[in-house]
Design a protein around this ligand. Structure first.
Ligand SMILES: Nc1ncnc2c1ncn2[C@@H]1O[C@H](COP(=O)(O)OP(=O)(O)OP(=O)(O)O)[C@@H](O)[C@H]1O
Length: 133
């Protein structure tokens, strides 16, 4: 069932506040659904927390924080899009379909590319601050 995005029954005119509240509620519901149900988030979220903890411990610079936060955001966003495509594909059909296979594999490839890029940047940033160097 479609959300009414803050439309009031009396006037049937959407209130801006109601509409935006509804948009945020939908977005947070999506985040909750993805992070609770998807295994990948059970790996990516703790990994992000550990990386941030190590970054705090090593005292990385403001610019390095910008790169790190961008990398984490990039991976989580790719994972959310991948999850959305998985949901859509399940809704379209439970049957084997070559186009759905390609769509799912391309979406997984996007997560892989984002994760590899983030991994390389993360290692470059953190390794420079290791006390042994
Ligand atoms: N309907 C389908 N038709 C064809 N191939 C499919 C279909 N559903 C899944 N696949 C194939 O199976 C792979 C795994 O799909 P699935 O949706 O089970 O992902 P998953 O293992 O749950 O991934 P994740 O861990 O990212 O949630 C897909 O990448 C795709 O190659």
């Amino acid at each position: 069932m479609k959300a009414n995005h803050g439309k009031t029954d009396r006037t049937n005119r959407p209130s801006i506040v109601g509409r935006w509240t509804s948009k945020f509620a939908c977005a947070f519901r999506g985040l909750r659904a993805a992070t609770w149900r998807e295994d990948s988030f059970h790996v990516h979220l703790p990994a992000a927390v550990v990386v941030c903890g190590v970054a705090v411990w090593l005292g990385i610079s403001k610019t390095e924080w910008l790169a790190l936060v961008l990398c984490i955001t990039m991976v989580l966003t790719a994972e959310l899009m991948n999850t959305a495509i998985e949901h859509l594909s399940r809704a379209i059909t439970q049957e084997e379909h070559p186009e759905i296979r390609d769509a799912l594999d391309v979406a997984s490839g996007a997560v892989l590319v984002a994760s590899l890029g983030a991994g390389v940047i993360g290692v470059i940033i953190l390794i420079c601050h290791l006390p042994i160097l």
